[in-house]
Design a binder for this molecule. Sequence first.
Ligand SMILES: *[C@@H]1O[C@H](CO)[C@@H](O)[C@H](O)[C@H]1NC(C)=O
Ligand SMILES: *[C@@H]1O[C@H](CO)[C@@H](O)[C@H](O)[C@H]1NC(C)=O
Ligand SMILES: *[C@@H]1O[C@H](CO)[C@@H](O)[C@H](O)[C@H]1NC(C)=O
Ligand SMILES: *[C@@H]1O[C@H](CO)[C@@H](O)[C@H](O)[C@H]1NC(C)=O
Ligand SMILES: *[C@@H]1O[C@H](CO)[C@@H](O)[C@H](O)[C@H]1NC(C)=O
Length: 763
Amino acid sequence: MSPQKLSSFSFLFLLKVLIFLLHSTSSASTAGDFPNSSLKRFIISVRRPAAVSHEKSREWHESLLSQLTAAVVNSAAGDTPSAIPRLLHSYTNLLSGFSARLSADELNTISKMDWFINAIPDPVYKLHTTHSPEFLGLLHSPAGAWNDSKQGEGIIIGLLDSGITANHPSFSDQGVPPPPPKWKGKCTFPKPLCNNKLIGAQSFIFGEPDGTPPDDHDGDGHGTHTASTAAGTAVSKAASFGNAAGTAVGMAPRAHIAAYRVCTDDACYDACYGSNILAGMDAAIHDRVDVLSISLGGDADLDFYQDPMAISAFTATSIGIFVSVSAGNDGPEKGTVTNAAPWMLTVGASTMDRRIAADVRFKGESLNQIHDSPARNPIPLVFPGINGDEKPAACSNGSLAGFDVRGKVVVCLRGVNGRVEKGEVVKAAGGAAMILMNTNTAGYTTIADGHVLPASHVSHEDGIKIVEYINTTETATASISFRGTEFRSPFSPSVGDFSSRGPGTASPGILKPDITGPGVSVLAAWHELDPANKKPTFKVLSGTSMSCPHLSGIAALLKAAHMLKGAPRDWSPAAIKSALLTTADVVDRSGKPISDEKRKPADFYALGAGHVNPEKAMNPGLVYDLKKEDYFPYFCGLGYDETLISVIVDREVNCSVVGSIMEAELNYPSFSVELGVGERVVLNRTLTNVGLGSQRYWAEIEPPKGVVVKVVPKRLTFKKLKQEKKFRIVLKRSEEGLEMAKGYLKWVSQSHLVRSPILITSK
Ligand SMILES: *[C@@H]1O[C@H](CO)[C@@H](O)[C@H](O)[C@H]1NC(C)=O
Ligand SMILES: *[C@@H]1O[C@H](CO)[C@@H](O)[C@H](O)[C@H]1NC(C)=O
Ligand SMILES: *[C@@H]1O[C@H](CO)[C@@H](O)[C@H](O)[C@H]1NC(C)=O
Ligand SMILES: *[C@@H]1O[C@H](CO)[C@@H](O)[C@H](O)[C@H]1NC(C)=O
Ligand SMILES: *[C@@H]1O[C@H](CO)[C@@H](O)[C@H](O)[C@H]1NC(C)=O
């Protein structure tokens, strides 16, 4: 068979939707309310009269609603469960308004009131479902980031997630001092379970037993995993299926954790409602967290004023809370990134240099290494998709009926159903082992999953060779050998195939994702007990849900370090983001440009500014800073109505007073501009000195192909800390050519390198 035929075979599957199933709770339903209810959920912004105080706003919201809904409440037949109140949450810290369950008529009446500003449908978000500290260079250096930051001591990381398993050893408070006096949060767990590590635990889900949370407060496990990645206490001999063993420890092991439960896997309430996220964020602001870690995402197409996550994160950011969010698992198609507002840090996912080896004749991966299996020695090998049928190719449930897979090694293609489910289907049909083969789209990203039978996950290239071998051999056989955990894999880090790609829909002129961090096969705490010995467990998961808390923990280290040193103690969220972006790595461990799932150099829509380098981020030299008011002309430039801008910024904005700028003119640490041939754009930027007191920088340019770049002035001299200097960058496209041209602007001094990606797209 010719190679052309093989690639057209795989192309068939490239066209199909690639489903990246993290685990069963990734629900993306758009249901407006509970089953059988005639009501829908809305988030209503209102103008609070001066006579109503901040403290009285809840009473005021209740009175507004009760007048309007009194007539309808009694006749709301079929409205289950009736325990859910009409007023869901009343917001005080991050916007003036409330969320409520309303009928179409009620909404219509409300929209005519003079206190009404606007209403948005309550969107549903989904969860974007430890070796990493070493991989990031945090261990083995007495003088490094962990020492400078005292491992995040004194910093509070809030997580909006599915809850937390309080009694897991990853949340032991051994060696963790009490929370700082500013802390105003609370813990709804029975007392002994909260401690100096886990200082807050609250639920924002209606219908849960009041005050007495369920025994298992994270029925999903997701929130336990993300919290331990951000700030888990070191636990030695942590492992999943005996592999990836070692010490499991979070990025900021001495930071405090506050868990805000906004998602649940309960069958009746399975959703992460925007209204709950707003309520969780409202509480986190009240409680005085320093960093928010949010591994959830919604519809990539929402404008910022329709997106409760973006609205609430804006208020959080403007009072100094750093917000780190996951980019989504909908890659590698372009334009799939979620949470792409410029005030948040949007985190993509990349691989580490660890491989949990399960080798066929090729290099593959499997977490569950089953040594005692017939597949140790060569046994018959089959591919149910050999005739080009999609379902048997994917080993989807019920599709193997016509195939004799008993006692054989079965090749299954990724997509259609979950990766672990494929193994369950093969096992149920009597198969002895599985080779999980990547689609063309997934390329070289392989993942260590806990498969139920001997299995090996192989790249597309290797999979094609295996299929070719089956197709040309009378009695094809295969064996799988398990080699345990191996380090120093080539092409690490590389961007995971599933990691969502830019540009963001709401503001394509801001380069997103911002950065990548470890998000493939990450070991962290898990909510289930080991059935054999009833001990707490750890689990390996993959997703941008896993990379986001890495960055949250590193942001906590930055905050802690600059708090201890005293000097630039008040780094803003934008300054911290700039530090992370301008110091990120752009080459992998072998010195080559960081690659994507195809082993091609990753483009900026996959990689953002690069892969996080926590050591370097501690000391960036210069930062591109932003304050709340800097976003006002940006919103005007997006063409938003002034009323909608006021919903986001919680204050009146007059565009003819504040003016209007292009997206690329925001003082952002990266550049993304669309230019036609001959077109030219001039962008102003301001740099702030956070390095040595006095230092000289010069501009070095790696121009994108076909683009002429000029920087004025080419040298900047800073005399003292916090001093600001302005410069202009002129970008002119000289020739037709690349759809995406990439380059860098680097400000270089004797001790610092401040690098910004420049992405030029064609019109
Ligand atoms: C919804 O209504 C259907 C049919 O009326 C009924 O069978 C079902 O039990 C109801 N579901 C709930 C959750 O009340
Ligand atoms: C570690 O940090 C402390 C300050 O917290 C500092 O005094 C000490 O010199 C640092 N250790 C090294 C090896 O740099
Ligand atoms: C297997 O080989 C046959 C004959 O060369 C070819 O027609 C078919 O497309 C091949 N199937 C696959 C899945 O490669
Ligand atoms: C496959 O479908 C059957 C019947 O619906 C179900 O019992 C079984 O649990 C499914 N298997 C998997 C792995 O989902
Ligand atoms: C905005 O400012 C302009 C110029 O000062 C003024 O004419 C206009 O009335 C203002 N608009 C609003 C809505 O206040």
